[in-house]
Write a protein that binds this ligand. Structure first.
Ligand code: SER
Length: 290
């Protein structure tokens, strides 16, 4: 284990293990970041900057390419009000880039930093024309895992609701039942990261790609959960700060560029996500704990 801000550790790791691809997953998520914005900036921005600059330094001094896969988020979008959200078509990468949270601002800025390293240093590089830091970014929707419960996110009501019900606990949902945002399950998130790492650079027409699987409301998730766990006591007590955050995120995002450029297609729609992944894996997990 090491601190993302510890430059010497990162540089040594890159050199010693001849690392060829970095998946930079460390971040403070949106709700956690609102509680401690300065710490969030430190980890999310300074941590990413340290990793980018070390990666660039090692890759250019060793004259090789290191891929930098950066997961960003629907939090980079900031839709001004609920009417605009409800009327919007699936949002593409360039629309509504006006985030309202520290986390969203951090992610959007780091996307731009990554593109800066990719383009600016490439153009300066006269000695050898190949690029050194091959920055590629995904914008994820809310992610739901059967194995871990997230912490500090604002899309966490979905996984928290499912995991609570499976443990026979009640759940007080911190958003309204009509709240809608896009989601995907963890196996699809891992698949997207691996595909983006593997695709050849020539196929990429962008450096930042939306990916999504299904859009659904908190109420629809509760209905699906109630079918399997009829005793689950799901109620609603919207938290105004967290509600404001999810209301600023799109109902749906347009991932047609990822589909076209590198064949992205999710394996799980909402039914398959519940029937084939979430319910069996979660039941398994809590049954084994009994
Ligand atoms: N899941 C993240 C969050 O809720 C959004 O990317 O903060």
């Amino acid at each position: 284990m090491a601190d993302i801000l510890d430059k010497s550790v990162i540089e040594n790791l890159l050199k010693e293990h001849k690392i060829s691809a970095i998946f930079h997953l460390a971040a403070l998520l949106s709700s956690a970041a609102e509680k401690d914005p300065e710490r969030a900036h430190e980890v999310n921005v300074n941590g990413t900057m340290a990793l980018l600059s070390n990666t660039h330094r090692v890759a250019s001094s060793e004259k090789r390419v290191i891929k930098f896969i950066f997961p960003s988020s629907i939090a980079v979008y900031g839709i001004p009000n609920i009417d605009t959200k409800n009327r919007a078509k699936p949002v593409n990468e360039d629309e509504f880039n006006t985030p309202i949270t520290m986390y969203g601002i951090n992610k959007l800025y780091c996307e731009m930093l990554g593109e800066y390293y990719l383009k600016y240093y490439k153009s300066l590089n006269t000695e050898h024309s190949s690029l050194n830091l091959d920055f590629r970014c995904l914008r994820f929707p809310g992610i739901i895992s059967a194995l871990t419960v997230p912490s500090g996110g604002t899309s966490d009501y979905a996984p928290e609701m499912i995991h609570s019900a499976a443990q026979g606990k009640g759940y007080e949902t911190f958003v309204r039942p009509d709240t809608i945002i896009p989601f995907m399950v963890m196996p699809d998130a891992v698949k997207a990261l691996i595909q983006l790492n593997e695709v050849s650079r020539e196929k990429l027409t962008k450096n930042v790609y939306n990916v999504t699987a299904f859009s659904t409301t908190a109420g629809e998730i509760a209905d699906l959960v109630n079918k399997v766990f009829p005793d689950s006591a799901i109620s609603y007590k919207p938290d105004s700060n967290r509600q404001k955050i999810v209301d600023s995120w799109p109902s749906n995002i347009d991932d047609s560029a990822a589909r076209k450029d590198w064949g992205w297609i999710p394996d799980y729609d909402i039914q398959k996500a519940f029937n084939d992944y979430l319910i069996p894996e979660i039941q398994n997990r809590y049954n084994n704990e009994k």
